[in-house]
Design a protein around this ligand. Sequence first.
Ligand code: CUK
Ligand code: CUA
Length: 629
Amino acid sequence: MSNEDTQVNETQVENEDRRKFFGKTALLGAGAVAAPMTATMFASMAKAQASEVANSPVIHPGELDEYYGFWSGGHSGEVRILGIPSMRELMRIPVFNTDSATGWGLTDESKRIKGDSAHLHAGDSHHPHMSMQDGRYDGKYVFINDKANTRVARIRCDVMKTDKMLTVPNVQAIHGLRVQKVPYTKYVICNGEFEIPMNNDGKSSLEDVGSYRSLFNVIDAESMEVAFQVMVDGNLDNTDADYDGKYFASTCYNSEMGMNLGDMISSERDHVVVFNLARCEAAVKAGKFKTYNGNSIPVLDGRKGSKLTRYIPVPKSPHGMNTSPNGKYFVANGKLSPTVSVIEIAKLDDLFNDKIKPRDAIVAEPELGLGPLHTAFDNKGYAYTTLFLDSQIAKWNVEDAIAAHNGKKVNYIRQKLDVHYQPGHNHTSAGETRDADGKWLISLCKFSKDRFLPVGPLRPENDQLIDISGDEMKLVHDGPTFAEPHDCMIVHRSKVKPKKLWPRTDPIFAETIAMAKRDGVDVYTDNKVIRDGKKVRVYMTSIAPTYGMNEFKVKLGDEVTVVVTNLDQVEDVTHGFCMTNHGVQMEIGPQATASITFTADKPGVQWYYCNWFCHALHMEMRGRMLVEA
Ligand code: CUK
Ligand code: CUA
């Protein structure tokens, strides 16, 4: 018996088992009888199984995923980490929301990070994007916008916690957000979507919509301060950066500056604004800017006719903006137009030097289907565009689309795959970097309808995993998610190196430890109560399964700050601190210090307990706050 025969026979055994299963189902269903399998059918099935092994979404128990997926949590305000391709949710990173499990938004450390917006408990996160070195993820930070409250936050990927947050002045509703890719992420770029009067102080005319402006924002990635802003014509939607460190491009969907739907979509064309980074930086240096609203942020004038920007007309109401990973093209997605507009980045120098007209930078405008919103890329010259209205993803060849634009008779569309349903963003593995590998595509579908068990009028979204390693896209997984992933990105696991324990010198709680020092407390050895007028600071350690302090006494009405330092050195041993009936709870990771402040407004015995299961005696890990009236 030849090797091949053996293989076929083994496959045959497997397939015969499967056939019984399928056969029975089929019989129950439609009374159909399974056709006998031929040797060719077996061989092709074996081949199909082999190719599935090469790019399999199946991650067996105990196995690890190849990629980290960073997911926007939409109006939940958070960011989530998924394993790809299993689509298992690995972690949630609270950002703009308040989180009961970790105490994000409740602890003193998180309030310090949230800064002037610490009192806000809601957010709308859309676009998570990782910092880069030379067009490749560097594993350092993930940045995310908050459309609802005009914020940008930074997540530190060594601990997967938010460490900076900024409310962006002079604008309203930060929407599109990306990072500078080359030479490195010096800047985070983002769009102020909703146009408002400059000096929005209620003193100038609110009716004069001609004075409303939308600004492009350039934020220093390290300091998380606004480096400068650029005033534009029209309002801005999505954005992306090139691979040369020269240009940023944003879509504009309301060049009319309409204040209602009819007016917003009245003209046939809107535009893409291209920003020239070197010229903008030079203008800031030369002091060619104005300031508004009483702050000192340089605002450059990039309206039509400016040297800093160029306006490329495209069919009306474009939405997504995506740079191809070979660095050649910006793709603006049509939304109301069935087309996408392909801008050749190499032509932008000539455009800025007035050697060509804006529309000359467009090298293709392929018609893909209804409602193109976002485009992702592989490493083989293919683009994948979500069609919101058609509920499909169109796979198309970029160079063929350019050839067609030049009059050649070629079909640039390779395949349309049904997705379920109404996709917004999509994303390929490492597809927004030079490392695009053409293995996986995610389609973030806004509606799941019939794809899952019904759970009431509110349904989950459906994040679908598609294998793009072969010639044809293959849908391999339906993933229900809660409100509402707008965007995601997929990072190879080799790029991310999270810590197992907190460094005791971590800046996230450095101020808390400094406070302890001022109180003469060593948080690693001491368990002490410090009274400071009506303020009481309670310092305690924790080591499974006990706190360093079993009881402490305060007076009714005291402002109590509890500082817990987790001395456990075993990875994954996180403790919690919960004061019953006070809305007080937080996470204390191994070797971390965390603090929370509340008013002791209930007399008598108030138990505190550990709410992260840490030990066989976890239930016993508790103590009493004795509140004297
Ligand atoms: S947006 Cu939501 S589907 Cu905020 Cu990037 Cu396009
Ligand atoms: Cu410590 Cu549970």
